[in-house]
Design a protein around this ligand. Sequence first.
Ligand SMILES: *Cc1c(COP(=O)(O)O)cnc(C)c1O
Length: 388
Amino acid sequence: MTRNYSLQTRLLHNQHKFDPVTGGVSVPIQHASTFHQQDFDTFGKYDYSRSGNPTREALEEAIAELEGGSRGFAFASGMAAISTAFMLLSKDDHIVLTKDVYGGTFRLVTEVLTRLGIDHTFVDMTNLQEVEAAINEKTKVLYMETPSNPTLNVTDIRGVVELAKQHQCLTFLDNTFLTPALQRPLELGVDVVLHSATKFISGHSDVVAGLAVVKDEELASRLAFLQNSFGAVLGVQDAWLVLRGLKTLHVRMEHGQKAALMLAEWLETVPAVKHVYYPGLAHHPGHELQKEQGYGYGAVLSFELESEDAVRAFVDKVELPVFAVSLGAVESILSYPAKMSHAAMPKEERAARGISDGLLRISLGLEKPEELIEDFQRAFAAIEKSFT
Ligand SMILES: *Cc1c(COP(=O)(O)O)cnc(C)c1O
């Protein structure tokens, strides 16, 4: 495509709009694990599907283009993408990362990388002084996740990138919550963008997948080498599902964040709700920063009730959202961080991160938002007697 179309249009009209061989308006699923070589001396573009496969490559090109990178990589899960990116590090290297990082990343960094001699320091990434103070001569990566899970703290991406440049570190950013539709970290100077494509990118709770995107060519070839060496590549059926999900990414994110703002504003009027965390609310501490560094606030919010008992009663009464781990799907997903995503974290650690036993997280799907609010209203009314 020569014209400079919007991301919304490019989701449909890109180099994979149709199959050049047949005109088929869907990327063909190439199941072959190996490829016949016509010439004894010069092999073709594809030889073995771990190293390269046209269906996976279509997804890799699509995400690279959407994030504004030079090269994308598709993995068997978000954690496979994150783990492979960390393979860029070596023994005695050090990572500075946000203390409210995704639970699986927390586990990888604290229980696996430490064993390999790669150390880390957790910081409050919203505080650049704290980030800088944690950097030492061994620090190789500043790792961001913004907005963070589940309290939606916003990191100053440009600020962290600036610190990384001063200290010759790379920056990684987990962009799962906003996707390239609402935040494009490479434009802000980030080196490696990571995704759990299991969430909004695929968007239908039917595939586990991960993506990584880089801009720098040298970094791209190092990651390509690691993807092939580590081998945690995405299968072709799953790559196709992610490609299909991607086509509706923009409408899903737009609807989801409109619904999130409506629900957040309504929750603020509910007496049983102690606090609402959503960067789209004007009083959220990261609101102005997010407005300036991204293209939206996302479709995830958290809210706090009085106690675990109040949460239990609410979850029991509410009808529409599924009550589950995960987020970013066509159906709204309600989760309880204390017993789900952050169950492995001791209660004091959770408390320090604002994850109380009364905190619930919801990722907004495509239901009619007014009906979700009515559903919540009925649930709150039913439990009101006991909790207000
Ligand atoms: C789910 C998630 C991951 C891990 O992705 P998987 O696809 O489950 O391996 C990483 N980061 C964030 C922010 C997530 O929500």
